[in-house]
Design a protein around this ligand. Structure first.
Ligand code: ADP
Length: 555
C-alpha cells in the first residue's frame, strides 16, 4: 500500500464514520517536514564537530536510507540494530527503519559485550549500524552474531576504518548518496512492531520490549501535553537520555511532532560539554537521569556560571534528590520536572506538576508535592496492592506494589520470554509506592531494594534524600545489610564532594527529626565512587555485593 489509500471506509452502521488512518511513525517526520521544514536539528558528532540541518533534510535522508534498506533486502518486521549516540544519523534511522516497516532495535552500547551479543542474537538482527566510537566493540561482536548480514559505519567515506575484521562493512554516507529520495512511506497496520528495546537485565538475561507504531505515536502525543513533558514549537530540546535507552523517552518523536528544535549531544555528556551546548544553542529544556544533572550542577557551581535560556529539566530513571531540585530552582531558576516510567512503559507513566489550587501553598508545601513522582498521564492507569494483590488506599501512607496498564504498557516480552506476568491485565512494575488522595504517586523503593527491618519496610530513597541534602555529600546510596535481630538495617554509602569533610557521626546526626528514628542508618561507609550501570543509574545490587560482609557497629 502507499500513503494514498488509507481511507478504508467503516463498514458497519454502528461504527464511527471517521477515516481509518493508521497511526504510523513515518507520519511524524512527514508532518515535521511539511510544517516545520526549516526547524533545526543540531548534533555534536562523534567526529567532534557540530552538525546542523533541518527536519526537511532529515526526512529526505531518511527516505534515501529507506531505499537503501530495501535494496539490502530488509523486509517488514526484520530487526535492524543501532549502536549509536544521540545524533542526526541515529534520528534518520529511527524513521528510515520503523517507517519502512522494519523494526528499529536500539542496543545499549554500555552493556557488556557478551550481553550485546546475546541481545543481537536473540533479536535476530539483520544489520547493525554503529557510530565509530563502537568500532572495537563491533569487531569483538562480529563473529558472534550469526543473523547479521552486514554492518554499517555511521560515517562518511573519508573516515571509514582502513583495516578491520568486520565482515561486509558498509559506509553510511555511501548508502545515502547512492539512493534516491523518491520514496513513499508504506501504510500498514498501526499495531505492527516498530521498535525493540531490551531492559538492562540487572538480574538474568535482558528481555525485549517490542513497541508498535500505535503505542509509539500515542505515547508521543500524550507525553507532549502541557502537564506531561510540555513539548512545543517554542522549545529547544536537548535529550541527554540516550536514544539507545527507551527511545530517549520519546523525544525523537515528540520533538518533530511539535516542531521543537532538537539538540543532540552525542557522546560528550559531562557537565562542561552539556553546559557549552546549552548556552551555544539556547537550549530551553533537557531530559536525563539524576547522575547527569549532578554533573552539570557541579560544573556550574564550581565555575560560578549561570544559564541564559535553560529553564527546565525532565528528570527520571531514578528518584531525583530534593536538594538538587532546590539548588537548580533557587540558584539557577531551572525547574526540575520529576517523572517516572520504565522501558516496559515506553517509558512515561507519571509526571509531577502542580495544579491551580496549589498556587497559594507555601513554597515548602509545593516542594513536597514536586518531590513526588507525580500524576499518571492520561492513558496510564495505576494502582497499589499489598502482597496478596488487594488494592490499597490512595491516602499517601499505604505503601504497596505499583501496577500499571495502558496502550503503551508492555503486554508480554519479545519471543514470550518469561518476566513479570500480567496480574488481571495489570503490569507489575517492581516498584513500591504510595499514592496520595490527589493521585500523586511517590516511589519509596524498588521492591528488590526495599530494606526489611524487623518485618517493616524502610524506603531507601528517603534515606538517600536526607543524605543528599547535606552540603558535603556528592552522592549517596542506602542498602540493607544483615542484622541478627532485625534481619536488615540501613547502611548509608556516601561519596563526599571534592574537598568537603563530614564524619559518620555528623551524617547520622543529620537524620534527627527528618525521618522516624528507626529509619536512621546504623552506619556510614565513605567511598570514592558508586558503581553506575549501563543506563546511568547507581547499581545497588553491586554495592550490596561489595558490602555484604560489612559489620554494623550495632551487631
Ligand atoms: P532499568 O531496569 O534498565 O533501570 P528502566 O530505565 O526501564 O530500566 O528503569 C525503570 C525503573 O527505574 C523503574 O521501575 C523505577 O524503579 C526506576 N525509576 C524510574 N524513574 C524513577 C523516579 N522518578 N524515581 C524513582 N525511581 C525511578
Amino acid at each position: 500500500m502507499t500513503s494514498d489509500n488509507f481511507h478504508d471506509l467503516p463498514k458497519s452502521p454502528t461504527m464511527g464514520q471517521m477515516m481509518n488512518q493508521p497511526m504510523l511513525i513515518s507520519s511524524i517526520i512527514e508532518h515535521a517536514d511539511r510544517h516545520f521544514g526549516n526547524r533545526e536539528i543540531v548534533s555534536r558528532r562523534v567526529e567532534g564537530d557540530i552538525h546542523r540541518y533541518t527536519y526537511r533534510d532529515c526526512h529526505k535522508r531518511a527516505r534515501q536510507m529507506a531505499n537503501a534498506l530495501g535494496k539490502l533486502g530488509v523486509a517488514m518486521g526484520d530487526r535492524v540494530a543501532t549502536l549509536a549516540w544521540n545524533g542526526y544519523r541515529h534520528l534518520e534511522l529511527y524513521y528510515a527503519i520503523s517507517g519502512s516497516g522494519a523494526v528499529l532495535h536500539t542496543i545499549n552500547p554500555r552493556l557488556h559485550a557478551e550481553q550485546i551479543a546475546y541481545i543481537a542474537d536473540h533479536a535476530e538482527d539483520t544489520y547493525v549500524f554503529f557510530d565509530l566510537t563502537f568500532l572495537n566493540l563491533v569487531e569483538t561482536l562480529a563473529g558472534h552474531c550469526t543473523s547479521v548480514k552486514g554492518y554499517i559505519a555511521m560515517t562518511d567515506r573519508a573516515r571509514m576504518p582502513a583495516e578491520t575484521s568486520i565482515p561486509n562493512l558498509m559506509c553510511y554516507e555511501d548508502l545515502i548518496e547512492s539512493n534516491s529520495d523518491r520514496y513513499a512511506w508504506p501504510v500498514f497496520d498501526e499495531n505492527s512492531a516498530s521498535t525493540l528495546c531490551y531492559t538492562s537485565g540487572t538480574t538474568g538475561h535482558p528481555k525485549g520490549v517490542l513497541y508498535s507504531h500505535r503505542s509509539t505515536v500515542l505515547h508521543a502525543y500524550a507525553s507532549s501535553l502541557p502537564d506531561a513533558l510540555n513539548v512545543s514549537g517554542r522549545e529547544v530540546l536537548m535529550p541527554v537520555v540516550p536514544m539507545f535507552h527507551v527511545n530517549a523517552w520519546g523525544f525523537p518523536y515528540s520533538a518533530p511532532l511539535s516542531g521543537a528544535k532538537l539538540v543532540l549531544p552525542g557522546s560528550m555528556l559531562d557537565g562542561h560539554s552539556l553546559y557549552e551546548l546549552i548556552e551555544q544553542e539556547n537550549v530551553t529544556a533537557s531530559a536525563g537521569v539524576p547522575t547527569v544533572w549532578l554533573g552539570l550542577l557541579n560544573h556550574v557551581e564550581r565555575n560560578s556560571l549561570g544559564f541564559t535560556s535553560f529553564r527546565r529539566i525532565v528528570i527520571g530513571g531514578s528518584a531525583c534528590p530534593p536538594a538538587m531540585m532546590k539548588s537548580f530552582r533557587e540558584k539557577y531558576e531551572v525547574q526540575l520536572l520529576h517523572t517516572w516510567g520504565m522501558t516496559e512503559m515506553s517509558p512515561l507513566g507519571t509526571v509531577c506538576t502542580l495544579q491551580s489550587h496549589h498556587a497559594l501553598l507555601p513554597q515548602s508545601e509545593q516542594d513536597a508535592i514536586l518531590e513526588k513522582q507525580g500524576h499518571a498521564i492520561y492513558g496510564v492507569d495505576m494502582k497499589i496492592v499489598d502482597d496478596e494483590g488487594t488494592e490499597l488506599a490512595w491516602d499517601g501512607v499505604a505503601c504497596g506494589h505499583l501496577l500499571v496498564r495502558g496502550p503503551w504498557v508492555v503486554a508480554s516480552y519479545f519471543k514470550g520470554e518469561a518476566g513479570a506476568a500480567l496480574q488481571d491485565g495489570w503490569f507489575p512494575t517492581g516498584d513500591v509506592a504510595t499514592i496520595d488522595p490527589e493521585g500523586y504517586m511517590q516511589i519509596t523503593d524498588r521492591s528488590k531494594d526495599v530494606i526489611k527491618s524487623g518485618g517493616e519496610w524502610i524506603g531507601s530513597i528517603e534515606i538517600e534524600n536526607v543524605a543528599m541534602a547535606h552540603p558535603a555529600v556528592h552522592q549517596a546510596a542506602c542498602i540493607g545489610v544483615f542484622h541478627p535481630k532485625w534481619d536488615e538495617r540501613p547502611l548509608l554509602v556516601v561519596v563526599r564532594k571534592a574537598d568537603a569533610r563530614v564524619t559518620r557521626d555528623e551524617l547520622i546526626q543529620s537524620y534527627t527529626g527528618k525521618v522516624a528514628k528507626w529509619w536512621t542508618p546504623d552506619d556510614v561507609v565513605f567511598v570514592d565512587a558508586l558503581p553506575v550501570g549501563a543506563t546511568g543509574k547507581i547499581l545497588k545490587n553491586e554495592i550490596r555485593k561489595q558490602l555484604r560482609h560489612h559489620k554494623l557497629p550495632s551487631v
